[in-house]
Design a protein around this ligand. Structure first.
Ligand code: SAM
Length: 269
């Protein structure tokens, strides 16, 4: 979660490698709140009839969940072996394990504290979390049917290395699902790198209207949760970081200075 200014700074690979891990590690250690299990801007379908049914306990996370739901259901997940790269506090992999019936899902994240939090917080059959780096994924060649990656790739030193790793660990015919945001000026380069990995494009979508709807719909609850959870001196930081109404990041999405997208790709074979 971030504003364009910070995203621009993070154009430098060394800067990205240096800043992101300590930030997410610190957040997981300093704020171990049980009910904080997502870190993305969310998604809401324009037609609300399309919203998936959720158990009551998951309702507060509906918009974050929907980002996972609508991306993951672009393909058939049932019975597949999945890896989530950049699983954060674990809510997304937990949703997929509980609702979409993969054979197994492993969440992987660079931040050890986030992984420890996720393993403790989400105890679901066929779900586990491990520490690992997107640029050097600690799994053998052709070991997954699906790799999913949600609002995380902007933090990687080299997305090319990440895409090469995804192509390596996917089985032939396997899918790569990625959603994130970029400055529009960098989007072509991002797509070239993505397609340069040898994976073939199945579909892509710009989801700014869905992100903005999510920011709008979630605003009251997000503000309440922040005020209930963090000391007053952190409230402004968390409101900006999590993208409340009126935040810089919301304006950037509105004005098209940040593009939120998803891509669905497939390994040939
Ligand atoms: C904005 S959070 C999103 C977390 C989760 N996908 C979600 O939607 O709730 C980005 C996550 O990417 C992780 N990350 C950053 N760099 C990484 C890397 N090189 N390898 C794996 N994970 C990384 C961070 O630690 C953080 O947990």
């Amino acid at each position: 979660m971030l504003a364009k200014l910070f995203l621009d700074l993070t154009e430098y690979p060394w800067f990205r490698r240096a800043v992101w891990k300590p930030i997410y590690n610190h957040l997981a250690k300093k704020f171990p709140y049980e009910n904080w299990v997502f870190m993305n801007y969310g998604y809401d379908p324009i037609d609300e009839q399309e919203r998936p049914p959720l158990q009551e306990a998951d309702e507060p996370d509906r918009f974050n969940i929907q980002l996972y739901h609508f991306l993951a259901t672009q393909i058939e997940i049932k019975g597949k072996k999945m890896l989530e790269v950049g699983s954060g506090r674990g809510g997304g992999a937990s949703y997929i394990a509980r609702y979409l019936a993969p054979a197994e899902i492993i969440g992987m994240d660079l931040a050890e504290n986030a992984v420890a939090f996720a393993n403790k917080r989400h105890q679901v059959p066929n779900l586990s979390y491990v520490v690992g780096n997107a640029e050097q994924i600690p799994f053998p060649d052709e070991s997954f049917d699906v790799v999913i990656n949600v609002e995380s790739s902007h933090a990687y030193g080299s997305v090319e290395k990440f895409f090469a790793e995804v192509a390596r660990i996917l089985r032939p015919g396997g899918h790569f699902l990625i959603t994130d945001m970029r400055d529009p000026n960098n989007l072509d380069r991002f797509e070239k790198r993505l397609l340069g990995s040898g994976l073939e494009l199945v579909s892509k979508k710009v989801i700014n209207p869905n992100t903005l709807k999510s920011i709008e719909m979630e605003d009251d609850l997000k503000r309440k949760r922040i005020r209930a959870a963090v000391p007053p001196r952190y409230v402004a930081f968390f409101e900006e970081f999590s993208g409340v109404k009126g935040s810089q990041v919301q304006k950037d999405f509105e004005e098209g200075k940040l593009i939120y997208f998803w891509y669905v790709l497939r390994k040939k074979g």
